[in-house]
Ligand binder design. Sequence first.
Ligand code: MN3
Length: 204
Amino acid sequence: MKFVLPPLPYEYGALEPYIDAQTMEIHHSKHHQAYINNLTVALERFPEFQPTSAESLLLDLPAVPDDIRAAVRNNAGGHFNHSLFWQIMKPNGGGKPNGLVADEIKKTFGTFEDFQTLFNTQAKSVFGSGWAWLSVDKDGKLIVTALPNQDSPLSYNATPIMGLDVWEHAYYLKYQNKRPDYITAWWHVINWDMVEENYRAIIE
Ligand code: MN3
């Protein structure tokens, strides 16, 4: 199977002023592309091992040949995570969620603001590089987690519906060491319609 860089659903500058065009261009065309290239190179070493998708690799990492398991974990993770990340942002996003996911957030975490505080705390807590995630666990419950590097919730029995990349490459040009400012700004570009769509795809 051939892995390809999905086009961004908006222009590189579309998330300004919250995420700058240069960061978006490097992040998408260089970083995301590098995960795809590295994944491809790793898999070429085992032509008899033919995954059907990045998801299938992440759902069953123990099935990946030992020699390339770490590379697959990092790079299939990088490909899958970023593919989700671009989709759950949009220009003129932000605000509060609607629909089923909004109801479930309230049921699980209290108010929307309680959820946001928890998510922000997880995003700030990542030591070094990683992500904060909102996922649906195997019992259908919403969970907020932080994971290191490019680890995907898929490898931890959960399906992500929203994630925030807190690698420095996601914000350093504009925000330098001020990760909390990037996190605050990011809520202005969240695409709640897509989060709702992701949620419905799992529970319906
Ligand atoms: Mn990234």
